[in-house]
Design a binder for this molecule. Structure first.
Ligand code: AMP
Length: 464
């Protein structure tokens, strides 16, 4: 659907077209006309669906009338993490370029005073993480009685992070007459309860569920030996077959693997950078910006470190490990093929990982084809230039090479996020869920065997 059919103002339409958006995504087409009629919207959509513009655009149209008053913001957007909040601010800069609005970003980890000064001068839009917003409120720097529109974004992640009590408190501080737009990728019972409590006759807009993958993504499986060194070689061979990589994310299940892969790929001349849980926020943002600017071609990342980051236009996703939780597969490959663009997603699979693969295929309800049953035979192996001597085929490698012991769970349950304020402990019954999503279970030690599914080494890995 074209944006001009949605009822947006000319100023908004001009910015949309300047941003290069031609057709509205499903969540935009479904939500924007209702939002413009001041109805509450319940959007079931995930990152990558274009949901940010689904609330930013009607908000911009609405803000064209009226003015901000000191300490009384007119609209409020709640985000679970600082990074998401910063990304929404960027969207305002792009899509609101014709609007001359004052946007205040209230996130933790930076000083209060400049934020407070901005609210003092009058903010049209406040984009905040729940904790920092309440801190400003409690210090008396902010009045919530002027809020006309509230957006709660990524509600299920708010739940994961223990923010629901803060959200409930904030909702009670806002005028009853406000409009609410509420977005969540999933609808667990606690989120359902919140929507029943705080939305008034919402229009429900549902886009593709997490269990489905975009049609624009070509998915492929690649056989690989379990042995860590050979597995890295398989990855390199795979990367070399893909001549049209604009930029790619290589996902690994553990942060130790992420660090090792970055080192290994760089040694072999790939332009790679890493994003993992041991990096502090500024290092992560620096890496992410380098990736966005195409200074880094391959971003090696773990699920936790990458969650929620908006990295537009990724051409390829490579899963170095099959994700242990099937849902993570959908998240990972959802980094490509966004907003109708073409994308390629390759998943390397060892014999031991086929059980996880089955779960993924069950979730997405389709079989993923094999990439030429391994890699094309014409690809010649390259010499492994790492410290340990290159393995000889099969038996020698099996005898001499110790299995890679990077099998600790990632244990980085805290990406660049806000801490829940009062509710340090997530509500009962969720800590397990959270742990199981963020922390892969311990895997058994790698068997000292280089077998493929059929027990044979593919030709391209055989050394002469
Ligand atoms: P989001 O789901 O809001 O994080 O958006 C995902 C990406 O899609 C962002 O990089 C947006 O800039 C982009 N995007 C959003 N809407 C559109 C659209 N209608 N056409 C093209 N790209 C879009």
């Amino acid at each position: 659907m074209s944006f001009s059919e949605l009822g947006l103002s000319p100023k908004v339409l001009e910015a949309v077209s300047a941003a290069g958006y031609t057709t509205a995504t499903a969540i935009q087409a479904g939500a924007i006309p209702h939002a413009l009629q001041r109805k509450d919207v319940l959007g079931l959509a995930q990152t990558g669906s274009g949901k940010t513009a689904a609330f930013v655009l009607p908000m911009l149209s609405m803000l064209e009338k009226g003015r901000a008053r000191a300490r009384m913001p007119r609209t409020l957007i709640l985000e679970p993490t600082r990074e998401l909040a910063a990304q929404v601010e960027e969207s305002f800069a792009t899509l609101g370029k014709n609007h001359n609005l004052s946007v205040a970003l209230l996130i933790g980890g930076v000083s209060f005073d400049p934020q407070a000064a901005k609210i003092d001068r009058g903010a049209d839009v406040v984009i905040a993480t729940p904790g920092r917003l309440l801190d400003h409120f409690e210090r008396g720097r902010l009045l919530m009685t002027g809020i006309e529109m509230l957006v709660i974004d990524e509600a299920d992640r708010m739940l994961d992070m223990g923010f629901i009590p803060d959200i409930e408190r904030i909702c009670k501080l806002l005028p009853f007459t406000r409009q609410t737009m509420f977005f969540s990728a999933t609808m667990p019972p606690e989120i359902q309860r919140i929507t029943e409590q705080f939305l008034h006759n919402p229009v429900r807009v549902e886009t593709a569920k997490r269990s489905s993958t975009a049609e624009t993504i070509t998915q492929m499986l690649v056989k690989t030996p379990h042995d860590a060194k050979l597995k890295r070689e398989t990855l390199r061979q795979l990367l070399r077959t893909q001549t049209n990589v604009k930029n790619g994310i290589v996902f690994a299940n553990r942060k130790t693997t992420v660090a090792l892969l970055e080192k290994s790929l760089k040694t072999h001349g790939f332009n790679a950078g890493a994003l993992h849980g041991d990096m502090d926020q500024s290092a992560r943002l620096k890496m992410l910006n380098a990736f966005r600017a195409n200074e880094v071609t391959y971003l090696i990342a773990s699920d936790v470190a990458a969650r929620g980051l908006d990295i537009p236009e990724v051409s390829h996703v490579f899963n170095f490990d099959v994700p242990i939780h099937a849902e993570d597969y959908v998240h990972r490959i959802g980094r490509t093929g966004r907003a109708g663009r073409e994308g390629q997603a390759f998943t390397m699979v060892t014999k031991e990982e086929t059980k996880y693969l089955k779960a993924i295929e069950g979730l997405i309800k389709k079989e993923i084809p094999w990439f030429d049953n391994g890699l094309p035979a014409h690809i010649e192996p390259v010499q492994e230039a790492e410290a340990t001597p290159a393995p000889k085929p099969r038996r020698a490698a099996a005898r001499k090479e110790k299995p890679q012991r990077d099998l600790q769970p990632e244990g980085e349950s805290k990406p660049i996020t806000e801490k829940p304020r009062r509710s340090a402990e997530p509500p009962a019954g969720r800590s397990h869920d959270r742990g199981s999503r963020d922390t892969p279970p311990m895997l058994p030690d790698a068997p000292n065997d280089n077998s493929f599914h059929d027990g044979n080494m593919p030709a391209f890995l055989m050394r002469k």
